[in-house]
Design a protein around this ligand. Structure first.
Ligand code: CAO
Length: 442
């Protein structure tokens, strides 16, 4: 056995600095330059590295102790280890009594490590920059208050320390703070994780301003919220507004209500809209597409599955009506009603919400003039319907204003895939289809 005392080296103007972290335990096997502990003054923190490898026999300090240059830090058994680091000046050495056969040396640890800026170890200690000056970033009020070992740990994991809140004394960032921050980042919706550099959302204590109640978000709200956020930030949205004259369509729908009811169907406007949308998708196939994951191709779909946003007590779900092109308006209306009911009873199967090519979000039964729906990615467009209203529309034929039932259309599309001109063509096509219901048969 060869026991060496490890002393604190010359640490510049640091004197009576506090030990804030000890990285080794008795019995640990350590290598030259492994960090032994972190000390901290009121302006800076630094790691004290091991001058040589060995096994820790005894710790002579504990967290909270104050140390200065020359303080005894620990006892190290260096038997069988490589020689001391070239930068570790040996101060004194002596042998233990022959009865144990062990020898003890006293060694100063190499100069402490600073992470910003790096201090080249070949510079003799007296020419090295003052560690406090080297860490002037703390004095200058920069927020990342962490020991070098925590900084190194954060750097290895890619954690941005300026965004980590410290829970240690005086707000110092601990290793656990970095771990918790990474966990929280990983749990965030991907929109936030794609590096948009948002400033952190302010944490507000609303209770300070009045009475509050915390209501847990439903599972659907959490899921759809994360997806909506991702879609909103990842797809460059453009929303094209238009109005379709549905006066004749509404007359026709109303004239068919009784007949539909006899067949057990509630014939809604939405069913006609589904047919009109598929007609427009056939005419403008880029709307019935998705960007391939490799970003090199557009995947054009030859099927026409159309989703519709359905408001349920638990939040928004999007059931998908399959092969709308192969179904008549009555079948579609029946399916819409069945799926809406299942969704509201939480009985909708997962596969009934998959495979959509395009989504319709109808707020017409509720109100509003127009809105900007968020694309249901990887689809590339979504049609919003608002409340139809009677408006005076100029008639070229009669040269008078005529009362017409106008349906507001809000088409959001992914501008990476669809040009503005096609966006306007798509809504114009829908206008044409909806203004003359006979066209839906073609
Ligand atoms: N203009 C005027 N009236 C309309 C209309 C419109 N655009 N759309 C529907 N209406 C009328 C219907 O004719 C119906 O009237 P009656 O009761 O007199 O027959 C009434 O409004 C209610 O319709 P509805 O909403 O029950 O049926 P629907 O087929 O139009 O819609 C569904 C079904 C599932 C889309 C709807 O119930 C729903 O959930 N809408 C909300 C969708 C949503 O939340 N979108 C937002 C997504 S983004 O956050």
């Amino acid at each position: 056995m060869s026991i060496k005392e490890v002393l604190v080296p010359d640490i510049g103007s640091f004197k009576d600095v506090e030990v804030i972290e000890i990285m080794v335990n008795v019995g640990d096997s350590i290598k030259t330059d492994d960090s032994l502990m972190t000390v901290e003054s009121d302006k800076a923190a630094m790691d004290i590295p091991a001058p040589f490898g060995g096994t820790v026999k005894e710790l002579k300090i504990k967290v909270g102790d104050k140390i200065s240059a020359g303080s005894l830090v620990l006892m190290l058994d260096t038997a069988g280890e490589a020689t001391a680091s070239s930068s570790a000046p040996v101060v004194k050495s002596f042998s233990q009594p022959p009865v144990t056969g062990a020898s003890t040396e006293v060694a100063a640890v190499p100069p402490p490590t600073h992470l910003a800026p790096e201090v080249p170890t070949h510079i003799p200690p007296k020419h090295r920059p003052d560690p406090v000056a080297a860490h002037a970033e703390f004095a200058s009020g920069k927020p990342a208050h962490a020991s070098p070992s925590v900084r190194r740990f954060a750097r290895e994991l890619g954690a941005d320390l300026s965004r980590v809140k410290g829970s240690g004394p005086r707000g110092r960032i601990l290793k656990e703070d970095v771990q918790n921050w990474i966990k929280a980042e990983l749990a965030k919706p991907t929109g936030e994780a794609i590096g948009l550099g948002f400033p952190p959302a302010p944490v507000v204590d609303f209770g300070k301003f009045g009475e509050i109640e915390n209501q847990p978000l439903s599972r659907i709200k959490k899921l759809s919220g994360a997806n909506l956020h991702r879609n909103w930030v990842s797809a460059p949205h453009v929303t094209q507004f238009d109005e379709a004259d549905i006066t004749d369509l509404e007359d026709f729908r109303k004239s068919m209500l009784d007949e539909a009811a006899k067949r057990g169907v509630k014939l809604t406007l939405l069913a006609f809209l589904m047919k009109a949308v598929v007609n427009a998708l056939r005419t403008y196939p880029t709307f019935n597409a998705s960007l391939a994951a490799d970003g090199e191709n557009l995947v054009l779909k030859k099927y026409f599955h159309v989703g519709f946003a359905c408001d349920t007590p638990d939040g928004l779900v999007v059931p998908v009506v399959r092969d709308v092109n192969k179904k008549d308006v009555m079948d579609i209306a029946r399916e819409l009603a069945e799926m809406s009911e299942l969704a509201r009873e939480r009985k909708l199967k997962v596969d009934s919400m998959q495979g959509g090519c395009f989504t319709i979000s109808s707020l017409g039964g509720i109100g509003g003039t127009m809105f900007t729906p968020i694309i249901n990615c990887p689809e590339v467009a979504i049609l919003g319907l608002s409340r139809a209203d009677w408006k005076p529309v100029w008639s070229k034929a009669t040269k008078t204003f005529e009362p017409r039932l106008m349906l507001p259309l809000s088409l959001s599309y992914d501008h990476r895939v669809i040009d503005g001109a096609d966006g306007a063509r798509f809504t114009s096509h829908l206008r044409l289809m909806l203004s003359d219901v006979r066209r839906l048969l073609l």
